[in-house]
Design a protein. Structure first.
Length: 247
């Protein structure tokens, strides 16, 4: 059951992206939708047609003019894709709930700092973590373009959730292995979630300020790496401050 909770969000997001690709492939070609209508629903003297599409429920119609409007997606296709979409949405919502649930509760065992070179650990956390974030965000930049072009609004939403979950998970793993000590697995997950959210927030805000939303640019990768290093350094600084006990 615990494994199911842990992987529910990843499975839901993966299935959601597959669903978006399938729906996109079922629609008229985004490159030349009028030609797609002509090839599938013709014959017609001219391939010119006005195309109308919808993502939920998945639908597409071709208007050839003169009141001649034809469905590009059959009713069966639309119903099957809609049911699949609702089931995947339920998995994603459950995965988000399980993930949020994992950010509270019993912290578990505390790993002490005894015998650990904290300066070296701090340095490794900043250096290797920033490099990992640099690579991951560079990959996400390319996925961002593909998700929005082929998945439109649905693809963009799925990408945003995937990016947030992925960055948070990466930051949590890095924190657990090279983060501040003493610490617990719960503390690492919380710091990782905060770090992932801040990184994505900074990238989105910077992209918006430059007028380039919704598409990320490659400069987002070094920006994310620098943001990660700053946030992690602040977490280390906060962890080093002794907590005063009340008398």
């Amino acid at each position: 059951m615990e494994a199911l909770k842990r992987w529910a969000l990843a499975a839901g997001l993966g299935l959601g992206l597959v669903w978006a690709v399938v729906v996109s492939a079922s629609m008229p070609s985004w490159w030349d939708p009028s030609k797609s209508c002509f090839e599938k629903l013709g014959p017609r003297v001219s391939p010119d047609a006005t195309v109308h599409t919808g993502w939920f429920p998945p639908s597409a119609t071709c208007d050839f003019g003169g009141g001649d409007v034809r469905d590009y997606l059959s009713t069966t296709q639309s119903v099957v894709l809609s049911i699949a979409g609702l089931l995947i949405l339920a998995i994603i919502v459950a995965g988000i709930a399980f993930t949020l649930q994992g950010l509270k509760g019993d912290p578990g065992l505390t790993r002490s700092a005894d015998g650990v070179d904290l300066k070296r650990r701090h340095r490794n956390h900043l250096l290797y973590g920033a490099l990992d974030v640099l690579v991951v965000v560079a990959v996400l930049t390319g996925l961002n373009v593909a998700a929005i072009i082929f998945g439109e609004l649905i693809g963009g939403i799925l990408f945003a959730i995937t990016a947030l979950a992925g960055l948070a998970a990466l930051a949590a793993v890095l924190d657990r292995h090279t983060g501040p000590l003493p610490s617990t697995a719960l503390a690492s997950r919380r710091r990782g979630a905060a770090t992932g959210a801040i990184i994505l927030g900074v990238v989105v805000a910077a992209t918006g300020l430059t007028g380039q939303l919704p598409f990320f640019r490659l400069w987002a990768a070094p920006l994310a790496a620098v943001t990660y290093a700053v946030v992690v350094h602040q977490q280390w600084t906060k962890a080093a401050v002794p907590v005063k006990s009340e008398l």
